[in-house]
Every structure is written in structure tokens, then in C-alpha cells.
Design a binder for this molecule. Structure first.
Ligand code: COA
Length: 182
């Protein structure tokens, strides 16, 4: 794990991030109703100004992920959303939006820029693999914009394999397709 020491505690994973000036105990947990508002705000803050996505794509995602949708998704067994918390502040999340035939489809991994580079994306991704295994998945897939350097670094660092180039994919933009056997 990037600059972090992992300590297990009950159902939550607690990651003590030792690479910062003051150590942070980051908890990875499943999303609960209490944290929907913060998760939604983080998602929108990052997506709205994301340089890798077209304006059309950003607008689409902003309208797609509403608090009501996240609340509804909590009741969907084929859906997983994990959040990273610094005390009661949501500082990152990752999600699987569909599981079919043992394959989990991962959508986003987002970390608050004030917390990036300390292993939180890595910790979220590894915790997501574990949840997918628990759900009976043998594989997880995702895609990334071809120019998303941070996203691609995270995928490589957590063992994903690039499968192919998807030309003119979501919203007409080029993507890489990635897979990871669990
Ligand atoms: C991608 C993202 C989730 C990474 O989160 P993070 O907590 O900063 O990542 P980590 O600290 O766990 O680092 C994971 C790997 O990515 C690398 N990385 C992190 N930020 C990077 C950056 N800006 N540029 C290049 N590589 C970067 C790290 O060096 C590390 O690789 P290593 O283990 O080989 O050293 C975060 O940058 C983010 O939220 N980006 C905006 C949303 C996004 O594009 N998500 C990906 C597509 S869904």
C-alpha cells in the first residue's frame, strides 16, 4: 500500500496513513444513508471540473448520480459503494454499479484532492476487490479515459490488466478497458 500501514479492526478496515505530517486514521466502510450527502458532494466536486471528460459527459454524470439515486442503490444487492472516512468526513469512494455472471462492473474511484497521493485510492480499490469476492465475483472490469494519468496509475498499482482500446466510447471519447481476476 502506498505510504500506509494497514490495521484491521472489526468490520471496517482502518488505514493509518503514515506519510502525512500528522497521521490520519482512514476508515473504509460501506456507504450508509448518513454519508450520502457528503459522498454526492464529493462526486460532483470532482466530476464537474474533471479535465479528462467532455462537458457533455460531466453534465451527464452530475445528473445521473443524485442523492435519491444513491439512496435507492443502497437497496440493490448488485451494487456496492465503499467510502473512505477521515473521522466523519468522506474523503473518497469507489463503487460497483452492476454484478452479473460473477463479473463486477466498477464505475468510479474518487479521492478528495487534499487527501490524494496517500494510498486512499489504493486502499479503497483493494477493499472493493474483497467485497466483490465476498459477493461471489471472479472478476472485475472497469474503463478509464486514455489520458487519465492518476486513474491509470491507480489501476496499474492495484493489478488491473489493460484489455483493449475502446475508440469513441462513452460520449464519443476514447477509453481503455481494464480487467482484474479476483
Ligand atoms: C485516481 C485517484 C482516485 C487516485 O487516488 P489516490 O488516493 O491519490 O491514489 P493513491 O495514493 O492510492 O495512489 C495510487 C497510485 O496512483 C498514483 N497516483 C496518484 N495520484 C497520481 C497523479 N495525480 N498522477 C499520476 N499518478 C498518481 C500513485 O503514485 C500510486 O501509484 P504507485 O502505487 O505505483 O505509487 C484520484 O487521483 C482521483 O480521485 N482522481 C479523480 C477521479 C478519477 O479520475 N478517478 C479515476 C477514474 S474513475
Amino acid at each position: 500500500m502506498t505510504g500506509a500501514e494497514k490495521v484491521r479492526a472489526g468490520p471496517l478496515n482502518i488505514f493509518i496513513l503514515a506519510s502525512t505530517n500528522k497521521n490520519m486514521a482512514i476508515q473504509i466502510a460501506k456507504l450508509t444513508p448518513k454519508y450520502i450527502k457528503q459522498t454526492h458532494e464529493l462526486l460532483h466536486k470532482i466530476i464537474r471540473h474533471h479535465k479528462c471528460y467532455s462537458e457533455h459527459a460531466c453534465k451527464y454524470w452530475e445528473h445521473f448520480y443524485t442523492p435519491a439515486k444513491l439512496r435507492g442503490d443502497l437497496n440493490d444487492a448488485q451494487w456496492i459503494m465503499l467510502i473512505a472516512k477521515d473521522n466523519n468526513n468522506v474523503v473518497g469512494f469507489t463503487n460497483v454499479y452492476k454484478i452479473m455472471g460473477g463479473v463486477a462492473q466498477c464505475d468510479w474511484c474518487i479521492v478528495n484532492p487534499n487527501y490524494s497521493g496517500h494510498g486512499i485510492g489504493h486502499a479503497l480499490t483493494k477493499a472493493l476487490f474483497k467485497e466483490c469476492r465476498k459477493a461471489g465475483c471472479h472478476k472485475i472490469e472497469t474503463d478509464s479515459r486514455i489520458n487519465n494519468a492518476a486513474g491509470i496509475s491507480l489501476l496499474k498499482a492495484t493489478g488491473w490488466q489493460k484489455v483493449s482500446l475502446l475508440k469513441r466510447h462513452w460520449f464519443g471519447q476514447d477509453y481503455f478497458l481494464w480487467e482484474k481476476f479476483l
